[in-house]
Design a protein around this ligand. Structure first.
Ligand code: FAD
Length: 474
């Protein structure tokens, strides 16, 4: 199995290299097309059948380069969903995705709770609320059409103390305003109808909330993108974006090994590295990405029957994250978490992972220093709870009292790309940037695709493609 995976990855790189050639003589300006905007006739692959190894910067024939109409940097769920949407809307364009890892979804998109969110929490009318509800419907439709296993296990947001009840009712109202389907407010005895082992005073029940493996969904977007003619280059870590000499494909995307692709336009969806990618085309250093690790505990298999669906606390408005929750997984296991602690490395999944650059970038950032002061108590208690998991158990037992210290073990972790401004505010909006200088009219950076980015991915993709259409006159 492992061999087969490696073989597929290897073939993807080779196929990508082989088919990514185009000849300058077929390029658009030679047939009188404008510098900006793309035309049905200018797909170099459809005009010429160039094959062979090598390519720009990698030793190919000197007259030929790897040229793409649009290159998407980042093989997470946002990058692949957008690539797929572009391939559907503009089937005549030559498109490439470049990803620095040896597979898609190696970071946030493959390390998350696996929940299909229904959009209760977000401010009514906000883009986040709209994209989440749209994304929920688009996701279920996509799962059905592509035979992706999922389960609509539902979700209970449970108030366990009197002071949480007004906030729970506010959430319910929000959910209604956001058009979350089939929401219900339920009292204490009714909680047992949905979650027989759960304790609480009142709850919001969302039957449309589901679970899925978002890593698998990302892979499926990538597969469908390739079926539509797109190319995926793995192990391609972008180091630099520069302005090249080819007037038709002026953006040169250069990787750490010095290999390059030439492109008319570039979109970056870099998750935990999105600020650094934006800086490559002269973008502002702000907002900065501060990585927050979310660690999960695992419920022992003999206790998994205690949990049917997702069980969430009422979020505490004093703190920036949703709070630890109970999440059943597609494989039948149950994850408890995640917490939120500063990661010592952007893509670091345990306390042992440390990067001096990433760590100093975080702690020297003024915004982080302000946030650390503001949330000193929360941050310290999260770290203590991370070290002593029995303290987390105390929180969890408020909802499911039948869990004891021997029923939990340490589990996996994910790292959130938390965009933060200079004042220490967590940025909850989508942030796009094109940078400055000669590349600004050719490059679009998606610097922040806030959670629930996986659920909203297809709706985000529609939004990004509309934006690209306007900005690049596609
Ligand atoms: C702990 C946790 C739990 C979550 N739970 C949920 C949930 O239950 N439901 C939900 O809807 N959302 C959830 N989310 C949010 C969701 O996972 C993210 O919003 C989403 O995955 C973001 O996708 P992305 O493509 O922007 O980022 P990523 O998945 O991080 O992808 C970015 C990609 O860019 C690549 N890249 C970066 N730099 C370069 C470079 N220089 N060159 C080439 N490639 C590069 C990276 O390797 C990476 O593959 C959760 C997130 C976390 C962290």
């Amino acid at each position: 199995m492992e061999f087969l995976l490696k073989k597929t990855i290897f073939e993807k790189v080779i196929v990508g290299v082989g088919r990514g050639l185009c000849s300058y003589s077929t390029s658009s300006s030679r047939v009188g097309l404008p510098v900006h905007g793309l035309n049905r006739t200018n797909n170099p692959e459809k005009q010429s059948s160039s094959t062979g190894g090598g390519g720009g910067g990698s030793g190919g024939r000197s007259s030929e380069k790897k040229c793409y109409d649009i290159t998407i940097v980042g093989g997470g769920i946002v990058g692949t969903a957008t690539a797929l949407e572009l391939s559907k809307k503009y089937p005549w364009l030559k498109l490439a995705v470049v990803e620095k890892e040896d597979a898609l979804a190696k970071h946030q998109s493959g390390h998350n709770s696996g929940v299909v969110h229904c959009g209760i929490y977000y401010k009514p009318g906000s883009l986040k609320a709209q994209l989440c509800v749209q994304g929920l419907h688009l996701s279920y439709k996509y799962f059905e059409e592509n035979q992706i296993p999922y389960k609509k296990v539902g979700k209970l947001i449970v108030a366990v103390s009197e002071d949480e009840i007004p906030r729970l009712k506010d959430l319910y109202e929000r959910g209604l305003q956001n058009n979350v389907p089939n929401l219900k407010l339920v009292d204490a005895p009714q909680i047992k109808d949905y979650e027989p082992y759960c304790k609480g005073l009142m709850a919001v029940w969302s039957p449309e909330t589901g679970i899925v493996d978002w890593g698998r969904v990302t892979q499926s977007y990538g597969d469908n993108f390739e079926k539509a003619g797109g190319r995926i280059f793995l192990n391609f870590a972008v180091k630099k974006l520069s302005h090249g000499t080819n007037p038709d494909y002026p953006v040169v995307v250069i990787n750490e090994e010095g290999k390059s692709l030439e492109s008319k336009y570039v979109l970056t969806c870099g998750g935990l590295q999105s600020d650094r990618l934006a800086e490559m085309s002269g973008g502002s250093p702000d907002p900065r990405i501060i990585p927050f690790r979310g660690e999960y505990l695992l419920l022992n298999p003999d206790k998994c029957h205690l949990i049917r669906g997702n069980i969430y606390p009422v979020p505490d408005p004093r703190f920036p994250f949703l709070g630890v929750h109970f999440t059943p997984r597609m494989d039948g296991s149950v994850w408890l978490g995640p917490n939120a602690i500063l990661a010592l490395k952007r893509e670091g999944y345990s306390w042992k992972d440390f990067s001096m650059k990433d760590f100093t970038d975080s702690i020297r950032y003024k915004g982080f220093q302000k946030l650390a002061v503001k949330y000193a108590v929360f941050g310290t208690s999260e770290m203590i709870r991370s070290a002593f998991i029995n303290l987390q158990l105390k929180e969890l037992c408020k909802y499911i009292p039948n869990i004891g210290p021997t029923d939990i073990t340490r589990g996996p972790a994910g790292v959130r790309a938390q965009a933060m401004d200079q004042d220490g505010n967590l940025v909850e909006d989508f942030i796009f940037d094109s940078g400055s200088g000669p590349l600004a009219s050719r490059v679009l950076h998606c610097r922040n695709a806030p959670s629930p980015g996986a659920t909203s991915s297809l709706a985000i993709a529609h939004m990004i493609v509309d934006k690209m259409q306007k900005q690049f006159s596609l």
